[in-house]
Design a protein around this ligand. Structure first.
Ligand code: NAP
Length: 276
């Protein structure tokens, strides 16, 4: 990589940041499209995050991605926040204007939908969707499903009160966690947006008997790539989509805004990111 005096600079701010696959992902695209740009891992502690955001325009950054634990701080720090980020309640992508203003968005909902549209025939209108979880990722998934025109979104979460709060806020149907298997009856899509099934976490206990055989099963957990939920769904014949594509697609809007190229998510990119 040869840098020039006009190299476009972006990066990802988090604490810690060493685990992030984003530098590898953006680095692949920069090389693939021959962009004079660089994407840096930026370690930013919670104490210094406000000052770090404020310093970005003066350092000539085009923008940044923001990851755990700074997505709420980013929401507060931005001069402008778009509708999607406001509804999700978190900013994961900042674009810095020529006037130095910080514009915040959240690309997780885009990434979620773009991945499902690329990897399956599901288009949203087929029938009810079931979301498991009520954390930050589940909020993005619910916003995406509502924007895709899903006729009914059912939600269940270990802490029932969080599912009920989300249902009240977005107009969803809340199911008690104990009844999550019953929520699958007649569904066209089920999404695991909990951290269950991740390497090092317990598996998600979800009997699929009530789920129609043509319903799409999607796990946004991507490590491992095939979770127990996906293995179980595949074995009974349901179509499945893993979570890696959401991670890759959510990076596209930021890359395009900072570097001026609309990048593609390809099998070669998937393999490259998985090698890390
Ligand atoms: P989060 O805000 O911490 O939420 C975690 C969720 O998991 C909550 O709903 C929590 O329920 C539930 N949960 C945790 N432990 C549980 C257990 N033992 N039993 C039942 N439920 C449990 O995390 P997040 O940011 O939403 O992320 C959730 C998952 O999505 C993570 O695995 C993350 O890696 C993945 N993710 C993937 C992508 C992608 O691009 N593919 C993007 C974002 C996130 P309570 O409310 O009861 O605590």
């Amino acid at each position: 990589m040869i840098l020039s005096g006009t190299t476009a600079v972006a990066g990802i701010m988090g604490w810690p940041i060493g685990h992030s696959r984003s530098p590898r992902l953006h680095g692949y695209w920069l090389r693939e499209y021959g962009v004079d740009g660089v994407y840096l891992p930026l370690v930013a502690s919670p104490e210094g995050i406000e000052a770090a955001f404020r310093g970005l325009p003066g350092l000539g950054f085009r923008g940044v991605n923001v990851t755990i634990p700074h997505k709420l701080s980013a929401l507060a720090a931005c001069d402008h926040v778009d509708d999607v980020a406001a509804r999700i309640g978190a900013v994961n992508t900042i674009i810095i204007g020529e006037d130095g203003a910080l514009s915040g968005t959240n690309t997780d909902a885009f990434g979620f939908l773009a991945n499902l549209r690329q990897e399956s025939d599901w288009r949203g209108v087929e029938g009810p969707a079931v979301v498991l979880g009520a954390g930050g990722a589940a909020r993005a998934v619910c916003v995406a499903l509502l924007d895709a025109g899903v006729p009914e979104v059912r939600i269940a979460n270990r802490t029932d009160a969080r599912a009920q709060a989300l249902a009240d806020e977005f107009g969803l149907t809340a199911f008690p966690w104990a009844d999550r298997a019953a929520a699958l009856d007649g569904a066209a899509l089920v999404v695991n947006a909990t951290s269950l099934g991740m390497t090092g976490q317990p598996t998600l206990d979800l009997p699929l008997d009530a789920l129609p055989i043509d319903a799409l099963v999607h796990d946004i957990v991507y490590a491992p790539l095939e979770t127990e939920l996906l293995a179980q769904a595949r074995a009974r014949g349901n179509p499945i989509v893993d979570g890696l594509g959401m991670l890759l697609h959510q990076a596209r809007p930021g890359f395009e805004a900072w570097f001026g190229v609309s990048p593609d998510v390809t099998p070669a990119l998937r393999n490259f990111v998985l090698e890390s």
